[in-house]
Design a protein around this ligand. Structure first.
Ligand SMILES: Cc1cc2nc3c(=O)[nH]c(=O)nc-3n(C[C@H](O)[C@H](O)[C@H](O)COP(=O)(O)O)c2cc1C
Length: 480
């Protein structure tokens, strides 16, 4: 099932007892987001719809993606299956396959890829008389945050040279009722478009959507390769063309199912201090210079709902989204680096900070080859530590990973540092902002071809026959 808009998704969650409607008054300053946080920490993770947020007439919803069940409902199935579909899409047909049936399959799969664009919303939406962000229940999340932040915006831009569209989720600090910060980090799509706009006389048009169907929200977070825009990706996932509307004061399109649209601009020459902000890493990101978003116009659906999210510690919903992304993109990684068997971007390491990969190793130096390939692949460029193990290690079992790490490396030979590299903007310990180093750990079995002249020890394994006999005997003896 593809949810047509946020309201339909909330109805679905309500029917599944996965949504709590809260009618009591709630303070948007720290209290609202901490309620969301605690709901997740205690393991319930229901979506909470706050219908009476102090200072606002508009309801606020959070925890939209907070459990694996919700994520699967949004994707219309398991993330692994979605990944297999993606891999099948780019597969070259083998010569046993009929070209006609492959063509038909592709047509069916690609049917949704081109969005449908129409001129206006019609009567479903209206323009506000005055730009006024203060009407929204925008929370402040952590005590030392610099202010209120829009945390789940879909930020839409267009490359002024190629016309390529982008939709990314970048937090926006409220500066006043008409202006916000725009925290697109330097490596991200929106920042790339702004860089292309520099030197042009006109500021760059930006549209921001607050609230859309959950698949569009998820698509804005997906680390897509350059050249694939999020609307097409959303259509691909949904197998259905997505309805967009042309902007009024911006040369951009945005989802017809938007709850709230902010049309405005970013002047690529203008920056202001942004932050601190309690971030995905569990620390406050420091103040840094970031661009500024000026709002020209606000368009609202009738009875809009404002979505929010909280990031900060391990149990928040960015973990659920991150895991879905890992599973969806694994088959595509395997297409480019075929020896990769599995990948674990670990939530304890805030995903990309430490990535464990298992490979089917065939030749000397292959673990390093995989590391460098991953560091060159999209947002995996942010992985600070990459650990490569053989495919007989279950990398989702932390005990096995630590065992392999401690028993299969000689530090002098197998641990290396790459200086002068890209770092994630959220990498707090790097010496410079956005610039630092990488650590590679090759925990694969070494052979003579890699200069290892001793005999590599065999791993303890019981014979199959004894295993079976003992299992039967254990049952007979009433042991297990
Ligand atoms: C809740 C949440 C908040 C995020 N905030 C930011 C942010 O403030 N700045 C940023 O650059 N990326 C942020 N991201 C990550 C981007 O959305 C993600 O890297 C996305 O793939 C960027 O898309 P792009 O490559 O099209 O720019 C956030 C992700 C999530 C889930």
């Amino acid at each position: 099932m593809v949810f047509e808009d946020l309201h339909e998704y909330l109805d679905f969650l309500g029917k599944n007892k996965d949504l709590v409607r809260i009618e009591d008054s709630v303070d948007p300053d720290l209290e609202l987001t901490y309620l969301l946080s605690e709901e997740e920490r205690v393991g319930k993770g229901r979506a909470l719809l706050f219908q009476n947020v102090e200072g606002s007439e508009i309801p606020c919803v959070g925890n939209l993606f907070s459990t694996g069940e919700k994520m699967n409902a949004v994707l219309g199935g398991d993330a692994i299956e979605v990944g297999r579909r993606m891999k099948n899409l780019v597969r070259v047909p083998d010569n046993t396959e009929s070209m006609i049936s492959r063509g038909m399959e592709m047509l069916k799969e690609l049917g949704g890829i081109r969005p449908k664009v129409s001129g206006s919303f019609g009567s479903s939406h209206h323009t506000l008389e005055k730009v006024d962000l203060d009407r929204y229940p925008i929370p402040r999340t952590w005590p030392m945050d610099a202010g209120r932040y829009i945390t789940m915006p879909l930020v839409i831009t267009r490359d002024p040279v190629t016309g390529q569209k982008n939709m990314g989720m970048y937090r926006m600090q409220v500066l006043d009722s008409e202006t916000t910060g725009m925290h697109w980090q330097i490596h991200k799509g929106g920042a790339g478009h702004a860089a292309e706009s520099r030197g042009r006389k006109e500021p760059m048009d930006v549209a921001v959507v607050l609230g859309s169907d959950p698949l569009s929200i998820f698509s804005s977070v997906a680390p897509l390769p350059d050249g694939i825009d999020e609307f097409s990706f959303r259509g691909l996932l949904a197998k259905k063309r997505f309805d967009l509307v042309r902007g009024d004061t911006v040369d951009l399109e945005y989802p017809k199912n938007s709850e709230i649209v902010l049309e405005g601009y970013v002047d690529p020459q203008e920056t202001r201090m942004e932050g601190p902000f309690g971030d995905h890493t569990g620390y406050y990101s420091l103040e840094e210079e970031f661009p500024v978003f000026h709002i020209r116009k606000i368009i609202e659906k009738k009875n809009p709902i404002y979505p929010t999210t909280i990031v900060g510690k391990l149990w928040h919903e960015d973990v659920v989204m991150g895991k879905a992304i890992e599973r969806i993109f694994l088959p595509l990684i395997q297409l480019q680096i075929p020896e990769v068997v599995d990948i674990n971007t670990m939530e304890e390491s805030v995903f990309h900070n430490m990535v464990v990969v298992s490979i089917k190793k065939r030749y000397p130096g292959q673990a390093k080859k995989v590391m460098f390939a991953l560091w060159g692949l999209g947002q995996l460029m942010f992985s600070k530590i990459i650990v490569v193990v053989d495919d007989n290690i279950d990398i989702h079992d932390r005990k096995q990973v630590i065992w392999a790490l401690s028993t299969r490396i000689d530090p002098q030979r197998d641990v290396f540092v790459v200086p002068g590299t890209v770092t994630d903007s959220l990498d707090h310990p790097s010496m410079l902002f956005n610039y630092g180093s990488k650590l590679g750990i090759d925990a694969t079995r070494k052979g003579e071809s890699e200069g290892y002249n001793r005999k590599w020890p065999d791993v303890l394994e019981m014979d199959d026959e004894v295993r079976k006999t003992v299992a039967d005997k254990g049952k007979k003896l009433g042991l297990w």
